[in-house]
Design a protein around this ligand. Structure first.
Ligand code: NAP
Length: 324
């Protein structure tokens, strides 16, 4: 099912990894843009994007990509966005909507916003959807369906531009919400950034154990470890940038986490089963709540259909768009 009329004429994608290539696939499948122009840092990725036919044009420079585009989306690591914004600024079409997909928003507003001319509309965005895979082959058109896309328009942003971008994301299947960048960073610190840090830590710890061999860790990983290894396989560049860019919020959440961990440590040491039972009961209810609102399936990971499996049950109908 495709969109009645394209919402944008020319979409420029800078960076075509997991997220950029998923946007390209979904935007094309839904007919929300007339044309897609893409570029990536390396010749290797540009070649692969052309081979996969993800864009109408694959160009060599960021400046060439944004020429004449009415929607520009930076799909690159957070730490790279400022320099790229400075590079594209003189080439942007007046009235264009400039956005991104970065997992941290305060740093993007600061680093990107500073370079953009006043005659374009800057509307940062974060699609809260992803996998642990990277690169243009990893993307798929259904990635955003039923997931949230958070827009963090700066004060004074043009409501028309914000609504156009919201319509774009809804057409890709996402639910759209708006909030201030600083609030986004606090929410994501606990829901995404801290879990990744914990996964990176625990997988590293298991790797360094003396008495339990690496082969035993792998063999018995279904005991809980396996779910951490999936998260800990996420892209090192992306996650390095997330922790550098969202330092304050992550440190605040890490402070609370360490206090709670100390409490559970004490309960275990003292044989205080009531405290453990109470905590585990509370968290079980949270998990059930997530399943109830359709943000996960009750099936264990290994029972989950692969995104390429066309018969996969999707959380909501593809192309459900409030615009159409
Ligand atoms: P990815 O698959 O690794 O793709 C990254 C893209 O950025 C590639 O095209 C890469 O080009 C390019 N790139 C890397 N470093 C760059 C630099 N210094 N300057 C210019 N381009 C550079 O990454 P991704 O998962 O799509 O993530 C992209 C953005 O989406 C990040 O900001 C991340 O925070 C955000 N995000 C990710 C997820 C997720 O689950 N992965 C979810 C939501 C949002 P080459 O291939 O040529 O090196």
């Amino acid at each position: 099912m495709s969109h009645d009329a394209p919402l944008f004429n020319r979409l420029a994608l800078i960076g075509v990894g997991l997220i950029g290539s998923s946007i390209a696939r979904a935007a094309r499948a839904q007919g929300v843009v007339r044309e897609i122009v893409a570029t990536a840092r390396s010749a290797e990725t540009r070649r692969r994007v052309a081979e996969l036919g993800l864009a109408d044009q694959v160009v060599e420079t960021n400046a060439a990509a944004v020429e004449g585009a009415d929607l520009v989306i930076l799909c690159i690591p957070v730490g790279a966005c400022g320099a790229v914004a400075a590079e594209i600024a003189p080439h942007l079409a007046p009235g264009a909507v400039i956005s991104d997909v970065g997992s941290v928003k305060g740093a993007i507003v600061r680093d990107v916003g500073a370079h953009l001319p006043p005659n374009v509309h800057f509307v940062p965005a974060h699609p809260v959807a992803g996998t642990e895979h990277s690169g243009p082959d990893a993307g798929f058109a259904t990635l955003f369906i039923g997931r949230w896309c958070i827009l963090t328009p700066p004060d004074g942003a043009d409501p028309g531009a914000v609504e156009r971008l919201a319509g774009f994301w809804r057409a890709l299947g996402a639910n759209v919400e708006q909030m201030p960048a600083a609030h986004h960073d606090l929410v994501l610190a606990i829901t995404s950034h801290l879990p990744h840090l914990i996964a990176y830590t625990i997988v590293g710890t298991a790797d360094e154990l003396g008495e339990v061999t690496r082969s035993e860790v792998l063999k018995f990983s279904a005991g809980g470890f396996r779910d951490f290894t999936r998260i800990a396989a996420s892209d090192p560049t992306m996650w390095r940038d997330v922790f550098l860019a969202n330092k304050d919020a992550v440190l605040e959440m890490l402070g609370s986490f360490n206090e709670d961990l100390a409490q559970l440590t004490r309960a275990i040491r003292r044989g205080d089963g009531d405290t453990l039972f109470e905590q585990f009961t509370r968290t079980r209810a949270i998990r059930r709540g997530i399943v109830e609102i359709g943000q996960d399936s009750p099936a264990p990971d290994f029972g989950r259909p692969h995104p390429d499996f066309t018969g996969s049950p999707l959380p909501r109908p593809y192309a459900a768009s409030d615009e159409s």
